[in-house]
Design a protein around this ligand. Structure first.
Ligand code: NAP
Length: 261
């Protein structure tokens, strides 16, 4: 690890840390030297690589304030915020309820706003004494770059994440705050989320069985396979590090070539 990729001395907060990409991100950030605060909606989760686990429902405004205040008290800084928590909705437009649509927007989009606003001041303070400043990394998706049938709710939420990230990046740069903001756009990654999506495809009759769904999604990537959570985590570490010091408002696409077609 050279100086530019070391996260030594930094403190990171990861949401949705009990899931596939979250867990891999906690491990990768810790390996790079960050002190990692892991959070998820569950009260308790075993995460060996985390320095601290806190319960955080990312739709809960007061909980965000409490968690950031706790990090300030215990560590005195926050350098990296990974807004990773998210859910998928796989449904036809005709059978999507307003409650389901709003729940997805709350978890996937309200979370980005609440996290950014709650952490802004501590990130700005911490970024002032660090090469490359502080870094917010928001998990969007290839679904935030292009549409997908039966995924309209999810794609709308991830498109919002992309433009929220760009706007925050521009605002912080204009205000001369040392906070970079970027979005990450994974293709299909082997986590519980994709298993849920496959099951819904089969329920909707789009594929005869799970194997057929998996084979078609894998073939949708130029590299003919889905990605692994660790392959997303490495991109997140890069964006968090001083090596990405001139990157803000960018879309880091990690999709095995899916959107290059
Ligand atoms: P995952 O394995 O399902 O993990 C998501 C985690 O977020 C779970 O632990 C989940 O808890 C948690 N969560 C749900 N609602 C929450 C809330 N209100 N507050 C806090 N945590 C909450 O999903 P993943 O695949 O790792 O996805 C991580 C991120 O990457 C998501 O934003 C997703 O949209 C994005 N992404 C994933 C893929 C993919 O192919 N997997 C592709 C593109 C983008 P529960 O399990 O208890 O609900």
């Amino acid at each position: 690890m050279n100086d530019k990729t070391s996260l030594s001395g930094t403190v990171a907060l990861v949401t949705g840390a009990a899931g596939g990409i979250g867990r891999a991100t906690v491990a990768a950030l810790a390996r790079s030297g960050a002190t990692v605060v892991a959070s998820d909606i569950a009260a308790n989760t075993e995460l060996a690589d985390a320095a601290l686990y806190v319960q955080l429902d990312v739709t809960d405004e007061a909980a965000w304030q409490d968690v950031i205040a706790q990090i300030d008290r215990e560590f005195g800084r926050l350098d990296i915020l990974v807004n990773n928590a998210g859910i998928s909705v796989t449904n036809s437009i005709a059978s999507t309820s307003l409650a389901e649509f709003r729940r997805c927007m709350a978890i996937n989009v309200d979370s980005i706003f609440l996290g950014t606003r709650s952490a802004q001041s501590l990130l700005a303070k911490s970024g002032a004494d660090r090469q490359g400043g502080s870094s917010i990394i928001n998990l969007s998706s290839v679904g935030g770059l292009r549409g997908a049938p039966f995924m309209s709710t999810y794609c709308a939420s991830k498109g919002a994440v992309k433009l929220y990230s760009k706007s925050a990046a521009l605002e912080f740069a204009l205000l001369k705050l040392p906070i970079r903001v970027n979005s990450v756009h994974p293709g299909g990654i082997e986590t519980n989320m994709m298993d849920t999506i496959f099951a819904r495809y089969v329920e909707e009759g789009l594929f005869p069985d799970l194997d057929a769904a998996r084979a078609t999604v894998s073939a949708g990537h130029a590299m003919s396979r889905m990605g692994k959570p660790e392959e997303i985590a490495e991109g997140i570490v890069y964006l968090a590090s001083p090596a990405a010091s001139f990157m803000t408002g960018s879309e880091l696409v990690i999709d095995g070539g899916m959107t290059s077609r």
